[in-house]
Design a protein around this ligand. Structure first.
Ligand SMILES: Cc1cc2nc3c(=O)[nH]c(=O)nc-3n(C[C@H](O)[C@H](O)[C@H](O)COP(=O)(O)O)c2cc1C
Length: 457
C-alpha cells in the first residue's frame, strides 16, 4: 500500500524573521541575526517540529537600494552569514532537518557550487539542498565588476547549463567507486570515475569532482523563479520549488503549469515538491493571533514600508500614502512586482495598506488564526491541487517558528497530514524523492536490458 501523501514543511530562516519589523519584536535578541546561537535555536526548533528543511535565502550583497533614503538603515535586511558556512555549523547541532542554502548561478562557477554542496551533503549525512537563483539585482552585479544584472534571459540560459554541469560533476564517482583496499593498495576503481568533459555555450569543465558521490546521490535542488524560464528550469531540474502565491486559483495554476512541463524531461510529477511560502501566525484564539500580528504591524515605519515596495514597484514616496497605488513607472522585471500590483488592484488598496499587507509575507500568503484555522488553510491548498507542502515564513525568529511548532504541528499530526517522526535520515528520503541512480549505472542497466530484449526476440 502506498504511503499516505503528507504535507512537507520547510522554514525560511532568514534574518530575525520574515516580517519587515521582525528585528524590533520585543522578544527578538538584541544581538541580531549574526549570533550563531540564534541560528542554532532556529534550526533546532525546526527539527523539533520534524520539518523537512531549514532554508536560507541569500544574495551576494545587500539586495535592497536605500530607496526612499533611510529605508535600509531601518531594516535588518543587510548583514547575514554566508549560507554554506552557517549550514556546515548547523549540521553539527542537528541530526535530521534538511539544510538548504541559496547559491547564485550568475556569480559562481559550477565547479565551486558542486564541490561545496557535495561537501555539505557529506558533512550533514545527506541533508544538503541547493536553492538555485540567478541573482536579479544590480546591487549584486556591482560586487562582481558589472554595472547592472545581466538580462534575465541570459541569466536563465547560463543557469540551465550551470545546473547540468553541477549534476554532471556530482556523478563523477559511482557510489561504490572507492574500495579503499589497504591490502591490495587499490584506493578506487578507475572504471568507476567519470570525466565530465563538458563544453557548452557558457562553460568548459573537465571534471572529475574531487568529492565522492554524496549520501543522497546528489544534494536536493530547490528552485524559486516564477517566470516562464524559471518554471522551465524547475520542471527540468528541481526537486523542490519554493513558490509565492496569494490565492488558491493562482497557486493551482502555477502548480499545474510547472508539473505539466515535467513530462517532456521524462520526469514524474511527484518527483517535484511544490512548496509555496506561508506566513502562519497562530494563537489560542483568533483574537490572540491577531493581537500577536498587530504587535509587528504597529512597528512598520512608513520609510520601511515604502522601501519594501520600492524594490519591485519603484519609489512611491512622492505620492499620498493614503491614496491609490499608481501604475509604476520603473517596475523591475520580477514576478513579485506583479503579485503586489494584483493585491493592490484586488483589494483597492492605498499605498499604506499595500505596504502593510506585504510587510509580513512580502507577497506570500498570510494566515492568522487558531491552529485549526491554519491547518484548514494548508489543507485547502494541499488537497486542492495547489501545494505539496509549504515553506513557513515565521513572523519573527525564533519565537514565531517555536509557536508554529508548538501549536500547528500537533494539529497537522492530529489530522494525519504530517509525520510523527522522520521517515529517513536524508532530506531526499524525508521528502519522498527517489534516490538518483548514477548516470553511468543507469546507462549500463539500459544497455543490458536492450541486449536482453533483443536476445529474447
Ligand atoms: C519564492 C521566491 C524566493 C526567492 N529567493 C531568492 C533568494 O533567496 N535569492 C535570490 O537571489 N533570488 C531569490 N528569488 C529570485 C529568483 O531566483 C529570480 O531571480 C527572481 O524571482 C526573478 O525571476 P522570476 O521572474 O523567474 O521569478 C526568489 C524568488 C521567489 C519566487
Amino acid at each position: 500500500m502506498a504511503a499516505p501523501r503528507r504535507i512537507r514543511l520547510g522554514v525560511s530562516m532568514i534574518g530575525m524573521g520574515y516580517h519587515l519589523a521582525a528585528w524590533r519584536h520585543p522578544g527578538a535578541s538584541a544581538g541580531g541575526n549574526m549570533e550563531l546561537k540564534h541560528a542554532v535555536r532556529v534550526a533546532q526548533a525546526a527539527e523539533r517540529g520534524l520539518l523537512d528543511m531549514a532554508f536560507l535565502a541569500d544574495g551576494v550583497g545587500i539586495r535592497f537600494n536605500d530607496v526612499p533614503k533611510g529605508a535600509l538603515s531601518h531594516t535588518c535586511k543587510n548583514v547575514q552569514f554566508e549560507p554554506l558556512t552557517l549550514l556546515s555549523a548547523l549540521a553539527m547541532v542537528t541530526e535530521r532537518v534538511g539544510l538548504v542554502a541559496t547559491a547564485s548561478t550568475t556569480y559562481n562557477e559550477p565547479y565551486h557550487v558542486a564541490r561545496k554542496f557535495a561537501s555539505l551533503d557529506h558533512i550533514s549525512g545527506g541533508r544538503a539542498g541547493w536553492n538555485v537563483v540567478t541573482s536579479a539585482t544590480d546591487m549584486e552585479a556591482q560586487n562582481f565588476g558589472l554595472v547592472g544584472a545581466p538580462p534575465k534571459a541570459g541569466r536563465y540560459d547560463r543557469a540551465a547549463e550551470f545546473v547540468e554541469v553541477v549534476k554532471g560533476l556530482w556523478d563523477s564517482w559511482e557510489d561504490d567507486a572507492f574500495v579503499r583496499d589497504q591490502a591490495s593498495g587499490l584506493n578506487y576503481d578507475p572504471e568507476k570515475v567519470h570525466l565530465l568533459n563538458h563544453e557548452g555555450a557558457h562553460f568548459r569543465v573537465a571534471g572529475p569532482l574531487n568529492v565522492q558521490r554524496t549520501p543522497q546521490g546528489r544534494p536536493v535542488i530547490v528552485q524559486a523563479g516564477a517566470s516562464d524560464q524559471g518554471r522551465e528550469l524547475a520542471a527540468a531540474t528541481a526537486d523542490v520549488v519554493y513558490a509565492a502565491a496569494q490565492t488558491l486559483a493562482d497557486a493551482r495554476a502555477y502548480y499545474d503549469d510547472v508539473k505539466g512541463r515535467m513530462a517532456k524531461y521524462g520526469r514524474e510529477p511527484d518527483q517535484l515538491k511544490i512548496m509555496p511560502g506561508i506566513m502562519a501566525v497562530p494563537g489560542r484564539t483568533r483574537q490572540e493571533a491577531q493581537d500577536a500580528y498587530q504587535v509587528l504591524q504597529d512597528l512598520v515605519q512608513p520609510v520601511v514600508g515604502l522601501g519594501a515596495l520600492a524594490n519591485y514597484l519603484g519609489d512611491l514616496s512622492g505620492h499620498d500614502l493614503d491614496g491609490p497605488v499608481p501604475e509604476p513607472s520603473s517596475r523591475r522585471d520580477h514576478s513579485r512586482g506583479q503579485i503586489f500590483l494584483d493585491m493592490a488592484r484586488r483589494g483597492n488598496l492605498s499605498i499604506r495598506q499595500l505596504y502593510l499587507s506585504i510587510a509580513g509575507g512580502n507577497g506570500h500568503r498570510i494566515v492568522i488564526g487558531t491552529p485549526a484555522d491554519i491547518v484548514d488553510a494548508m489543507e485547502e491548498w494541499f488537497h486542492g491541487g495547489a501545494a505539496d507542502g509549504f515553506n513557513l515564513l515565521p513572523t519573527w525568529l525564533p519565537g514565531g517558528l517555536e509557536e508554529v511548532v508548538e501549536m500547528v504541528i500537533p494539529e497537522l499530526q492530529r489530522r494525519s497530514l504530517y509525520r510523527t517522526s522522520y521517515e529517513g535520515t536524508t532530506l531526499r528520503e524525508n521528502l519522498g524523492l527517489d534516490y538518483p541512480e548514477h548516470r553511468a549505472v543507469a546507462a549500463r542497466r539500459a544497455a543490458l536490458s536492450r541486449m536482453l530484449g533483443s536476445a529474447a526476440q
